[in-house]
Design a protein around this ligand. Sequence first.
Ligand SMILES: *Cc1c(COP(=O)(O)O)cnc(C)c1O
Length: 222
Amino acid sequence: MSIKQNLQDIKASLPEHVTLVAVSKTKPINDLMEAYEAGQRVFGENKIQEMAQKYDVMPKDVEWHMIGHVQRNKVKYIASFVSLIHGVDNLKLLQEINKQAQKHDRVIDCLLQIKIASEDSKFGMSPEDASTLLQSERLQELKNIRVTGLMGMATFTDDMNQIENEFSYLKETFDTLQQFSTFNCQLSTLSMGMSGDYQLAIDCGSTMVRVGSSIFGARNYN
Ligand SMILES: *Cc1c(COP(=O)(O)O)cnc(C)c1O
């Protein structure tokens, strides 16, 4: 199946309020352009350098989402153009994003990553730590970032019951934290769901799905 056909099929299955992030990590520009020509404008990458290189050559109306873990010292490479950073899990990183955004006279939208998986390897904050961060005075000082939602990744498992429990937990956290609303914090985006589980994620309240292999085919990391 072609990238264009895959995209059309997935888009047709999404409710209108759900944003599709086409996860293009490891894929060549030709593949991204095929998706672009089929109308896709939101792309997700998980490596800073790869995203910066693709930004340079792709049309300028693409919205670039950083979906991977971000090291503080690399924020500067994407600060001029990134439109949403999904994986923010501490205040220091938010402060650095704010500092770099300020240099470009921009406001960068961020999602707080919540740890919902049972595996140790996944990044993310506890709901309690996210709650503390959202109420901290330090957050109020950051005029060049906006916290617009939450992101989470379920455990890598075939057990759909477990995945559903993890998504529901993230949705409850999202609903609870929505009360903390300030000038630079309004939680409206819930980023959860990938190729294998995005339909379930939408049933559980997702408003943004990050889909890679179902659009572009399996990735080859060699
Ligand atoms: C790679 C990746 C995806 C997409 O995964 P697929 O299973 O290929 O859809 C989604 N989210 C994150 C954070 C990723 O790193």
